[in-house]
Every structure is written in C-alpha cells, then in structure tokens.
Design a protein around this ligand. Structure first.
Ligand code: ADP
Ligand code: MG
Length: 251
C-alpha cells in the first residue's frame, strides 16, 4: 500500500546568477496518515525547503514525490493548486495574517478563497474561534492581538477547510516565551484529532512528548530519524554517534 506522501531521492537547488546552493539533497521520506512527525536541525539545514516542497509551495529538480499515490512530476499548476486547497494547511513563523482584518475576517477569507459562500462560512468560523478560545476577540483586528493569539488564529485559519495534512514551520520561534506554551497546547490538542502533522521545531521536550517520529536534518539531508524513544534513549549510542557534531540538537 502506498504512503500518504513519498519522497524518493528528492533534490532541490536554488540558482542565483552563477551560484547554485542545495536546498535538499536526495531525500527519502515516507509519511503516513495520522502521523505526527517533528523535524529539527540547524538553521540552513533544509527544514523549510522540505516543508515547502511537500506542500507544493516549491518545486524540486530531481527525484520523485508521490502524494496520495499520485506522481507529482506530472502535476500542472492547477493540480498543485487543488492539492494545496484540499489537502494542505500551512502555518508559518510570521503568521501571514491580514493585519487590518478582524479575527473572524481572516478565517473567513481562507474559506472564501477556497470557493465557499459567505453564508456557509459563519458556523464553521465561529466554531474555530471558540476552539482556540478567542471568542471575545472575534471582531478585533489582528494587529491588536498578542503574538500567541495571532498564531492561534493562523492555526485555525489553516484548519478551516479540514486539511488532511498540517505543516508547521517554526511557528513558536518568533513568540515571547510565555506565549509558546499556549500555541504548543493548541497543536497538541489538534494532534489528537488524527490529522497528519509535520512540524519544524526546536522545542525538543514538546517534540519528544507528542511525536511519532523525529527527523534531524543537516546540509539538506535527513541525517537521523527515529521514534522519540529511539532518538533520546541513552542506550541508543548509535544515534548519538550518527549525529556526530550535531549532538546539541538532542538537548
Ligand atoms: P532551514 O529552514 O533549515 O533554516 P532552508 O530550507 O531555509 O533551511 O534553507 C536550506 C538551504 O537552502 C540554505 O543553504 C539556504 O541558504 C538555501 N536557500 C533557502 N531558500 C533559498 C532561496 N530562496 N534562495 C537561495 N537559497 C536558498
Ligand atoms: Mg526555516
């Protein structure tokens, strides 16, 4: 049986004038329905590139990627658009919200963009706002919210169309420490809903507590992967020797 997402030796290069830099280098990766996978690694190791390729925001130059058993090399622009609209929810470090819109309008906007009618959005939007306890801010402009509140809006906005697959790219990295917890709690709650989650994070205690699998990246490659038990167990010296200079990622 095929996996939900399959990458076979996928490479991605960035070309700027005469320089070529590697974003991803021959990545092999399978993701299954309902899995919670955390990715960590130093800055520039390819984490965002991996998420962007999987979510169809970025192209790849070599290898093959299958989504739901379909080969994406044959995908046209509209196939990627459909895939993104029906299947993917992206959440980024910098929220990507419309600051002059209210909480309600921001969530509704993503549903309208997916083709829903105004009148059909109301119930779902209100339900999502309650889900992240922002009921009293329904009509508040996003520019007036704290970072943690903004990120909670961004998360439920991504959830609005029930995507099968949620991808989080360092969504707590820009938040003040006291707001990190409220956002991680929301993500943790979602993880029990059975959606597939791929999350780039440096919050190792969190990753350890909730992940089925943790991947470590360096230089565009996945250099180590395993369950939290495998990755963190003191018996797993193999993992440590594997990580070499990157041992600090475990702490
Ligand atoms: P991470 O998210 O782990 O910090 P990225 O995926 O952003 O890493 O970057 C991986 C590599 O690709 C880095 O060497 C980075 O400099 C390069 N890269 C990323 N985006 C671009 C871009 N738009 N143009 C050129 N190089 C890029
Ligand atoms: Mg990044």
């Amino acid at each position: 049986m095929s996996h939900m997402i399959e990458l076979h030796k996928v490479s991605k290069y960035y070309t700027n004038k005469d320089t070529v830099s590697t974003g991803l280098s021959r990545i092999d990766l399978n993701l299954d329905m309902g899995e919670f996978v955390a990715i960590t690694g130093e800055s520039g190791s390819g984490k965002s590139t991996l998420l962007n390729v999987i979510s169809g925001l970025d192209t790849y130059e070599e290898g093959e990627m299958f989504v739901g058993g379909q080969d994406t090399s044959a995908f046209k622009t509209e196939d990627y658009e459909r895939y993104r609209k029906t299947f993917i929810g992206n959440i980024f470090q910098d929220f990507n919200l419309v600051n002059s819109y209210s909480v309600y309008q921001n969530i509704e906007l993503s549903m309208l963009m997916c083709g829903m009618k105004h009148s059909d959005c109301k119930e779902r939007v209100n339900e999502l706002i309650e889900l992240v306890n922002l009921g009293e801010y329904r009509r508040t402009k996003v520019s007036k919210l704290s970072g943690g509140q903004k990120q909670r809006v961004a998360i439920v906005r991504a959830l609005a169309m029930h995507p099968e697959f949620m991808l989080f790219d360092e969504v707590t990295a820009a938040l003040d420490p006291e707001m990190v917890r409220e956002v991680l709690d929301v993500i943790m709650e979602l993880s029990s809903e059975g959606q597939t989650m791929l999350i780039v994070t440096h919050e190792m205690a969190f990753a350890r507590a909730v992940s089925d699998r943790i991947l470590f990246m360096a230089d565009g490659e996945v250099i180590c992967e395993g369950s939290p038990e495998e990755v963190f167990s003191s018996e797993q010296e193999r993992m440590k020797s594997f990580l070499g200079n990157y041992q600090n990622l475990l702490s």
